[in-house]
Design a protein around this ligand. Sequence first.
Ligand code: GLC
Length: 741
Amino acid sequence: MMNACVSKQPENETGSIDQQVDALLSKMTIEEKVGQMNQYNGFYDATGPAPSEGGAKIKYEHLRKGMVGSFLNVRGAEQVRALQKIAVEETRLGIPLIFGLDVIHGHKTLAPIPLGEAASWDLEAIRQSARMAAVEASAIGINWTFAPMVDISRDARWGRVMEGAGEDPYLGAKIGVARVKGFQGDDLAANNTIAACAKHFAGYGFAEAGRDYNTVDVGTSTLYNIIFPPFKAAIQEADVKTVMNAFNILNGVPATGSTFLQRDILKDEWGFEGFVLSDWGSVMEMIPHGFAADLNEAAMHAANAGSDMDMESHAYVNHLVDLVKEGKVSEDKIDDAVRRILKVKYELGLFDDPYRYCDEAREKEMLYHEDHQKTVLDMARKSIVLLKNEGAILPFAKAQKKIAVIGALADDKTSPLGSWRIGSDDGTAFSVLEGLKEKTSNFTYAKGADVVTGDVNFVLELNENTTDKSGFNEAIRLAKASEVVVMVLGEHGFHSGEARSRTNIGLPGVQQELLEEVYKVNKNVVLVLMNGRPLALPWAADNIPAIVETWQLGSQTGNAIADVLFGEYNPSGKLPMSFPRSVGQCPIYYNKYSTGRPVNVEGNVFWSHYIDESNDPLFAFGHGLSYTDFEYADLKIDDSDPSGIKVSVVVKNNGKVAGEEVTQLYIHDKVASVARPIKELKGFEKFMLEPGSSKTVSFTLSNAELGFYDNQGEFIVEPGMFDVMVGTSSIKGLTGSFELK
Ligand code: GLC
């Protein structure tokens, strides 16, 4: 239930929020100002390498002295109230704290991982999912989430691809806006809305070799045309209240110390009025980056570059006052940072009522609410992508003959919650077996093999991937005795996520061997994948008749998968990220450049290719099948209207069941002053079509879609020829062209 409690931020008699902020700022000492710029980790899980001197004692001392502006990882209305009480009642000015938490895809009730949600291409469902997350997070006293992550990434080796919206800036921007609007709602002062945080600014998703926290070195065109757009949209289209910076260097400068990123682009060029939070320890990490000699210098660089709040480096709280007194950081810069922080606190209503988010009764009522389960079930079903369905082995008929279910993940109630389940509870996902039991009793189950051995948790490496094949024989026996086999294989929840990069992006452990052994005795195999990143599965793609991509679907995993397997929901998802044939192809993405040798023109080897692998992905960006068949016809391009190029196509449902289609529009600017990608997504529409019905899908290509950023960062539109493709994926559709005059 999205309780409709709203409370408009009253214009206080002392004027606007800006006037109230200025009035408060004028009373603050430099120590109190710096205090607002200091964020401490609470007393729960550390989500990063905690500094050694960060014990609770010093944090309470600083809190009572007004030297703390925010906490993260404090959960529960009671805990939040206790800390807020100290800030409000025991400090000189009583400035309330703001409480942040990683509410990435839900809090207790979990939606699919963000990459899974992105596969739905359903912006309203994604907004609703974030809304639900905000209702639960705010119920435990949280008023700020460190989401959405809007980092574009093209490299499946990087564990954090699970947290974003994939490889495309247009889709990523639309989804980022939907998530921010879901979190922040229409009234930020209401007790069920929370401030959002676009992260990680900028370029974090381009970590070299897909290794987390690694160097980022990208060109201007990639920075402006691929990396920046989702951040700019979150700010200018959704008014995101905070931005979190990134761990990486960009052109040799750590993002945290980058005046170019945080002041020139974010605050000056884009007009960002919220505040910048450093990522965990990123101020301190300028020392190992070789950009600061010590914490004092790191604090100076970060404050001068526009990092407004320091998460857990303990740099500002220990050095910033002296840096101001020494004239190394101007108090004007401190005032700007503090204004931004105080403004968000006022907008959240925290000065009106610091305990607005501390309602134990609401906490009990809202967590795991049945309405939230319905929201995440809808989101989960829409996130599932049907990658292959040869011979229409799916959907199963209700009176389906005997099914063998094989794979440890089929009985796993925790991995499907994903790696960012910091607020939820292990064992709370509906498993595949539980979902199937709702549909049929005519199935047997064998684990076949574990995914990993031993226990794992958020801050530890996964133990060894299992090598134990002792369960194979039982699995093979059941497969032999059944008409069809559902194999649920993939990654453990902690095979992806932060600090979980992999060099091998196949099925972990002995799952691939299990799949091949089962296939030897029964060819009717449906492979259900549970994973946090694109996987390289060429053998399965060649041999297995049906493959269903289910990501990690959150609390309603089993019910959503069962609904799709039995046809109660016709899958409608489309890949937000290319699936490689092999890890050697990474990074691989659809919106690539042509290169000077894109094809083999003379039957020789001197063209851009591999001698041992195709250039093409295993499954393309935008790919996703349905239980029905959509036919595209009648592409029309009209360049007569000054408001933009009108493109339309007729889509018909030629099948026997209703289904949702995502019609996608791509352009190619064929010749430009900066080489342009061979294909760029510039429009999509998701819609339902009943059997036999048709729909005309129309798009308008304006300058916003046809232009690009040049190498001076200027947005330009150039006349010339454009190719257009409108279809069901980035590799299948009707083509045409037009000349932009
Ligand atoms: C982590 C992540 C960031 C997260 C923060 C707080 O290191 O990089 O995305 O929000 O720390 O947990």
